[in-house]
Design a protein around this ligand. Structure first.
Ligand SMILES: [Zn+2]
Length: 75
C-alpha cells in the first residue's frame, strides 16, 4: 500500500454482505482497488464485490479480469 491520508485505520471488505461504516469500506475482490465509480457484484464469486471495470469484464468475458500492470502515478 501507498501513503494514506487517514489518521484512523480503515478495514476493507470484499464481501457484498458486510456492513459498511466509516471504518469499513469496499475493496474490489479481483484487483483490490478501493476507488471506483460503481461497485458490482461478482457472478463468478457470489457475494464478492467487484469494481466497475472488473464487473464489466466479468460480465463480458465470463472470467475474472486479469491483473493490471502497475499503475503509474500522475496523469
Ligand atoms: Zn477491480
Amino acid at each position: 500500500g501507498g501513503p494514506v491520508n487517514n489518521d484512523f485505520p480503515v478495514v476493507y471488505t470484499e464481501d457484498a454482505a458486510t456492513k459498511l461504516s466509516d471504518l469499513v469500506q469496499r475493496r474490489c475482490f479481483n484487483c483490490r482497488t478501493t476507488g471506483t465509480c460503481t461497485w458490482r457484484r461478482s457472478k463468478l464469486s457470489p457475494g464478492k464485490l467487484l469494481c466497475n471495470k472488473c464487473g464489466l469484464f466479468e460480465r463480458t468475458h465470463s472470467r475474472p479480469r486479469p491483473a493490471q500492470l502497475p499503475n503509474k502515478l500522475g496523469p
